[in-house]
Ligand binder design. Structure first.
Ligand code: ADP
Length: 157
C-alpha cells in the first residue's frame, strides 16, 4: 500500500520551517499532500489562491508532492484522500503539548491514521507564519524566513 501523508496547516504563508519538514519527510512517504486549511471562521493574511500557488510553484518538479485545500476536519479529509499518515512539525514545548493533544484526539477518532511528528532543526525553531505576518504588517523584511519564490512575489528582496 502506498504510504500517503497529509501535511495540514494554514501556510499563511509557507516558510522555510515548513519546507524543511516536507524535505525531511520525503524519504518516508510515497506521496505527501500539502493540505491548506481553509476555515471560514478564520481570517488569513493571504487568500487561498495565493497560499496554494506559492506551494505549487515550490514543488512543481516534485512528483511526490501535491497541494490541495480543504475545509472541515483534518481527520475526515485524510480518509477522503486515502492518507494513512498526518505529518506535523514541532518547534517548542508549546508545539509539543498542542501536537500531542491533537495526535491523541485524532488517534481516538480514527485509529488507522498515525501522526508522524518531525522536530524542527534548531536553526528553524523560531520561524513561524505568525512572525512572518507580523513583520509584513509592520513593513519589515521577512525574506530570510521564506522560500525565495515567496519573497520574490512579495517584492521584498
Ligand atoms: P497551523 O495553522 O495548523 O498552526 P501552520 O501552517 O502554522 O499550521 O504549520 C503547519 C505545521 O508545520 C504545524 O505542525 C507546525 O507546527 C509546523 N511548523 C510550522 N513552522 C515550523 C518550523 N519552523 N519548524 C518545524 N515545524 C513547523
Amino acid at each position: 500500500m502506498n504510504k500517503i501523508a497529509l501535511f495540514p496547516g494554514s501556510f499563511d504563508p509557507i516558510t522555510i520551517g515548513h519546507t524543511n519538514i516536507i524535505e525531511r519527510a520525503l524519504p518516508l512517504f510515497e506521496k505527501i499532500i500539502v493540505g491548506i486549511g481553509n476555515n471560514q471562521q478564520k481570517s488569513y493574511l493571504f487568500d487561498i489562491k495565493q497560499r496554494r500557488k506559492w506551494i505549487q510553484d515550490i514543488y512543481k518538479n516534485y512528483d511526490k508532492v501535491t497541494v490541495k485545500d480543504y475545509t472541515g476536519m483534518t481527520i475526515h479529509y485524510c480518509k477522503e484522500i486515502g492518507a494513512q499518515y498526518l505529518l506535523r512539525g514541532i518547534r517548542t514545548t508549546a508545539d509539543f503539548e498542542f501536537e500531542k493533544t491533537m495526535a491523541q484526539l485524532n488517534q481516538s477518532m480514527n485509529a488507522d491514521i498515525e501522526t508522524i511528528i518531525i522536530l524542527s532543526k534548531p536553526e528553524y525553531s523560531h520561524i513561524s507564519s505568525t512572525i512572518v505576518r507580523e513583520i509584513i504588517m509592520n513593513d519589515g523584511d521577512p525574506s530570510q524566513f521564506l522560500p525565495d519564490s515567496v519573497s520574490k512575489t512579495l517584492s521584498i528582496q
